[in-house]
Ligand binder design. Structure first.
Ligand code: ADP
Length: 260
């Protein structure tokens, strides 16, 4: 059952009354459930043939690769890359469906977000260096813990830090920080990269949305990373926000309720 209460304004600007709408949304829930089951089933079924294709490409390259010309070898390598991309998209879709329907969340326990931010910095350090980025970490002292699923938190950091590294032109500055804001522990990932235009900011958390520009065209992705981060934040009674200016950089903030 879904109940909505609306205020009815009078012509003088005062409140004329209240309208309460009570709806039975069982059918909506059932449709949603069916849709998710379908996505999960199709995704799962697609993984098996892709695994077969991947193995076959590998075997061809290994056994007769040396007899092929450059162009043929490149085709096979590109085929493997495409297969890898498709498998990543399927995994992301499965993740998102699982989070949205079953409300992830494997196992929540008290954890220190700073520790996970430190781990993410270490993980991304080599890739950042390769691109000439400065990747820094800033942690406030004595931060409270949050109640969260460790795997989900790693996924949040993986996506946000990964995006900052990938979408910032070489030689950029990326800062990962954790602080306390009004009862919420806030994870902040900021970069001085390409930024996101105001009209794209509205859609950036939508499934499959990717900014189409000269800067992003060559970067491979699925458009599922940010929807996953948003679903995880909401699953932890938190939220995500973005502040960004085109050409200047972006700051993503994820808020988690602090444990008292
Ligand atoms: P993906 O990176 O796989 O495309 P995401 O959902 O993580 O999917 O991101 C969606 C889009 O948002 C990206 O394609 C990119 O255009 C934009 N984006 C994400 N992070 C940043 C960032 N730090 N700076 C600029 N653009 C970004």
């Amino acid at each position: 059952i879904r109940a909505r209460v609306n205020l009815v304004a009078g012509s003088e600007g005062g409140v004329l009354g209240l309208v309460t709408v009570i709806e039975d949304i069982t059918y909506l829930k059932e449709m949603d459930q069916k849709k998710s089951e379908f996505v999960a089933m199709v995704s799962h079924e697609l993984k098996a043939p892709l695994a077969v294709l991947d193995t076959q490409a590998k075997v061809i390259l290994k056994t007769v690769g040396h007899t092929l010309d450059d162009k043929q070898q490149k085709m096979l390598y590109r085929m493997q890359e495409r297969i890898k991309g498709a498998v990543e998209m399927i995994n992301d879709l499965l993740d998102l469906t699982r989070i949205e329907d079953q409300g992830v969340v494997r196992q929540k326990s008290p954890l220190d977000l700073g520790e996970y931010a430190t781990e993410a910095r270490e993980l991304w350090d080599a890739s950042a260096k390769e691109r000439g980025h400065k990747l820094s970490l800033e942690l406030k002292e004595g931060l409270p813990e949050i109640m969260a699923d460790p795997g989900a938190i790693r996924e949040v950091l993986m996506n946000l830090v990964g995006n900052a590294v990938r979408y910032t032109p070489d030689g950029g500055e990326i800062l990962v920080s954790v602080c306390l804001e009004k009862g919420y522990v806030c994870l902040e990932v900021s970069d001085n990269g390409i930024g996101v235009a105001p009209e794209d900011q509205k859609r950036i958390f939508d499934r499959f949305f990717r900014v189409k520009s000269e800067h992003t065209r060559h970067i491979v992705g699925t458009g599922l990373g940010l929807p996953i981060v948003k679903a995880i934040a909401e699953e932890h009674q938190g939220r995500i926000s973005l502040e960004s200016r085109l050409g200047k950089g972006s700051t993503f903030k994820v808020y988690f309720p602090a444990l008292v």
